[in-house]
Design a protein around this ligand. Sequence first.
Ligand code: AMP
Ligand code: MG
Length: 411
Amino acid sequence: MNKPHLMSMDDALAAVLAQAARVDQADSVNTFDADGRVLWADAVSELQVPPMDNSAMDGYAVRCVDITGAGVPLPVSQRIAAGQVGAPLAAGTAARIFTGAPVPEGADAIVMQEDTEAVDGGVRINAIPKSEQWIRRAGEDIARGSTILRAGTRLNPAALGLLASIGLAEVQVARRPRVALFSTGDELVMPGAIAPADMPPGSIYNSNRFFLRALLTRLGCEVHDCGIVPDNREATIRVMQEAAADNDLILSTAGVSVGEEDHVKPAVEQLGELDLWKISMKPGKPFAFGSVRRAAGGSAHFMGLPGNPVSSFVTFLMLVRPFLLRLQGVQNVAPRALHVKAAFDLPKADARREFLRVRLNEEGALELFGNQSSGVLTSAVWGDGLVDNPAMTTVKQGDVVRFIPMSELLQ
Ligand code: AMP
Ligand code: MG
């Protein structure tokens, strides 16, 4: 029998994203609580920031024409603290001013305190100022009427500050995608249910459930954890039907191969539609994508990840993560990669595109984790990121490879 044709990961991703229509609703949330959420509409500023010309230093506001040479003494005509508004600056005088205070009309430079000396009734200016120095101009950060953040921007801490700087106490963000998560496999035991010493032969702890739940939460999803579903058709169908009713996505692990104990495929085929792909990626390969009909009309998306923990982890990062970001309206969902030197050899080329678990060493080059098996979850914890190595490609020490930092994938 011929080997089945493998689908490229890029084709799989394109097919997945083609189905990722943005969620139908926005949530109005307090700006404090909007970290990690995706902006629903452009944020347009009703005001300019800073709102007025202000001082960037503690010092003295002056007119440059009055400073005829270093060491000129000037009387101090007023004092302007942040939050106050001064009078126009009288010619031939200086105004004591503090950082953030409005620059008085007529002043065209700030002399920092360190370049001055207090003298009787005034101040000596010891450095000749350049026009405009230490003045932050009105609107230099944000112009009135400008779009500061576009719809589809995933908000980070700096973005929350920027939204606050234009006076937004509340923002409209895409509602959280609702994701039903379940694991299949009769070998699985929940940590806590049976002590390690008492684990029956053949059983293993359910580790996928833990990292998937955390990944989903980081991506802004509301997780509905359906636990472990026994390896039989009826139980699988029941969970799917219930989950479809009020979730955007049903995400399962394991049981998507074509073994006799793999019940996910027939269940989804009965309840909706399913494509089962063999993707040219390692770890990874089996990946199921489809939909489950809702009794009330419409359907929920379905994604079935492989059971092996590292396969499950990597396929999530490469296919599910972009899908969930797109559901929230993010356009650019590709993780950013860096070009970094390899400090390892990969003498044997693989027919599949590989995602190798690697770590940056002190020289800034990449070390390879020794055991790249899809069952060895230690590699994913040890690694700082993944090398995206094209199919049929060997690596020699010193080669520049495509490195996707974990920090990029996990946020
Ligand atoms: P399967 O996709 O069902 O053939 O499973 C592939 C491998 O992944 C088997 O060794 C399973 O025991 C293991 N596996 C499946 N689900 C999980 C899980 N939730 N946590 C840890 N290992 C799992
Ligand atoms: Mg199984």
